[in-house]
Design a protein around this ligand. Sequence first.
Ligand SMILES: NC(=O)c1ccc[n+]([C@@H]2O[C@H](COP(=O)([O-])OP(=O)(O)OC[C@H]3O[C@@H](n4cnc5c(N)ncnc54)[C@H](O)[C@@H]3O)[C@@H](O)[C@H]2O)c1
Length: 341
Amino acid sequence: MAGRGGQQDMKQLRVGVIGLGYFGTRHARIYAQHAAAELVAVCDRNADAASAVAKATGAESCTDMTALLARPDIEAVSICLPDRLHEEAAIAAARAGKAILLEKPMAHDAPTARRIAAAIEECGARLMVGHILRFDPRYVQVYEAAAPERLGQPIHLRAKRNGIRSTARRLGPASSILFYMGVHDVDAMQWIARSRISRVYAQKREVLGTGNEDALYAVVNFENGAIGSIDYSWAWPDGLMNGYRAALEIVGTRAAAYLDCTDQGFYTVLDSGTTGGDTHLWPEINGRITGDLADELDHFVTATRAGTPYLQPWREAFDAIPVLDALALSARTGQPVEVER
Ligand SMILES: NC(=O)c1ccc[n+]([C@@H]2O[C@H](COP(=O)([O-])OP(=O)(O)OC[C@H]3O[C@@H](n4cnc5c(N)ncnc54)[C@H](O)[C@@H]3O)[C@@H](O)[C@H]2O)c1
């Protein structure tokens, strides 16, 4: 298959994908189109989902992840299971000696993340967590603009991620606004501020009956003294253009930087109204999935084959999880909560 240039001379990375829902299907397609990867097998407990992806990509299909992980010819796996099921698969993959791309969040709570971390360390496994914003040109450029020599000291940050109510309904209690969306911004804020969140004060609302939070707002403190605000919503009507609104800003003693993902720069206009489309995350262009997700998987394939470190050390991905726990506790109790590290 056609792929990214200059990578055909080394042996292809032999990969498997576990969990073939909304996101795993995209992982599988991207590996199948990548010149330096061979998608060997895909797995979903739903046999129809597994055979559909296998048929579309030319991979073998299975319904039991233990069987996929037992294959010695598979060197690396993407784990794209629901958030609460990351532990068993990540620990089994570490024990099986696979390089692991684990979808975000690393885990749905800090005790689980600690058990995964212990297995990774014990097995000496390679782990990358799928923090896609680390590959988004808008976030990476804000990160660079926030370098201390350019921005000075961070004074305040603001992050927003708002989505549509049908996503909250689709995921139901299997997920939460914090695991599914919030972890992106907690990771991005800590990365861009070059400092961890130490204290949070959150409030939430649940009125739509989707099985999830409708909104969660929080004020946060960073170890370096900066203050931040977080604005999460899953309450927007489904007609919201592009299905989400996200933004981030940081203001420092010398300069400031901000981004706004609301405008994707592409629209179609019908008599019934105007709609947009994804131009950054995983748009399909000329028959290929491109954008941030393709760049993330390209990095995973390239760094795994080369034996070089992943762009984001997994400990930084781990650092977001105790913040999610603190946000959930604060929203539940109505009290400020110190982040337990
Ligand atoms: N980076 C991003 O922007 C982004 C976007 C979407 C999802 N995600 C992450 O990807 C992961 C998957 O999310 P999704 O939206 O694709 O979920 P999903 O519910 O659409 O898909 C999950 C799949 O896992 C399968 N599954 C469940 N238990 C299994 C088991 N024991 N063995 C094999 N298969 C099993 C289900 O049948 C389903 O097909 C989550 O961690 C989510 O947070 C990340």
